[in-house]
Design a protein. Structure first.
Length: 317
């Protein structure tokens, strides 16, 4: 049986300042329990290690760098980038902690060259999940002191070039690595893990919410109806946001769930049987959630959307 190709993996997630605290809690393992992420084995968290240790809270790290550079910011500015670096699970099989540390140290050296050491405020390796991976956070400040994730990360074509350069850099130290198929060819975007978990969470709540919505349909306006609307409102707000986020990944879902025989030859780290099953489940769950939204009476949907628009915006994923 042919050995699976092993790939170096590099992905970016752009953020405003809002999620900094939540991401810090996850990356730095400051919580006692991680109910939202069952993959974390806290008994192994002692094996996690930093390549770059933050000196203060993430939000403070971000604000300090932006202020020092004199950057102008807007409400929609990307304030920091969370970079995920890992490799195919097969790459880590039977490797010592020293070898794993060498892999991620090499990856950090690549990022320092690309974005500037002064912009990176944390680089932590998680050994307590299924596959070792690095979270590296940086402020996207240009050499001339502008806050511009667009300039540093670039467009889709430039992101593909990032992948080429990352692969070339890592392959020098680890010749076993192969270059994955370009997303420019497949038109795919990586589906983040939190989106799978968010879908599961929303689906779990759906049964109770459906019962509440069915009661709204037979109630006249009154206190009970308002109480149910208040209960359904926050869920509906999260649900609509989730379905909006899912649209960005529709090409990926279509690519991974279609049955074109020709694509079965294009095997890569993301197109495993397990990944395909996960994406199929995600697709079914979101079709169910979409049907649920459509089943809500139009007048109730209108009230819920009005409630959502009146609420302060949050940055929770």
């Amino acid at each position: 049986m042919a050995q699976k190709a092993q790939h170096a993996i590099l992905r970016f997630a752009k953020h405003k300042a809002g999620p900094a605290g939540a991401l810090e809690a996850h990356h730095e393992r400051t919580k006692e329990k991680y109910a939202s992420n069952p993959d974390i084995d806290i008994s192994k968290s002692k094996d996690n290690f930093h390549i770059i240790q933050p000196t203060q809270k993430y939000r403070k790290e971000i604000d300090t760098r932006i202020k020092a550079a004199g950057c102008r910011t807007r409400k929609d500015s990307t304030m920091f980038v969370d970079t995920l670096i890992t490799a195919s699970p097969e790459f880590f099989t039977d490797r010592s902690k020293k070898e794993i540390q060498a892999y991620f140290t090499e990856a950090v050296a690549f990022m320092e060259k690309k974005v500037g050491r002064g912009n990176i405020f944390s680089a932590v390796v998680h050994m307590d999940e299924k596959t070792p991976h690095l979270h590296l956070c940086f402020t996207p400040i240009t050499e001339d002191g502008r806050l511009s994730a667009k300039e540093i990360l670039g467009n889709r074509a430039q992101l593909s070039q990032w992948q080429d350069e990352f692969h070339a850099h890592m392959k020098k130290a680890f010749p076993v690595l192969k270059r994955g198929e370009s997303a420019l060819v497949t038109k795919r975007k990586h589906i983040p893990t939190w989106l799978f978990k968010q879908s599961i969470d929303l689906t779990r709540q759906q049964q109770a919410i459906e019962k509440a919505v069915s009661e709204i349909g037979v109630l006249n306006a009154g206190k009970k109806r308002d109480e149910i609307l208040e209960m359904v409102g926050p869920y509906f707000s999260r649900l609509e946001k989730h379905l909006g986020q899912m649209k960005k990944y529709q090409a990926t879902i279509d690519y991974l769930t279609q049955e074109n025989e020709g694509l079965k030859e294009k095997v890569n780290s993301e197109k495993s049987i397990q990944k395909k099953m996960e994406v199929l489940t995600l697709k079914k769950e979101n079709e169910r959630l979409r049907r649920f939204v459509e089943s809500i009476p139009p007048e109730v949907r209108r009230i819920l959307r009005e409630q959502h628009q009146q609420r302060p915006k949050d940055h929770d994923l």
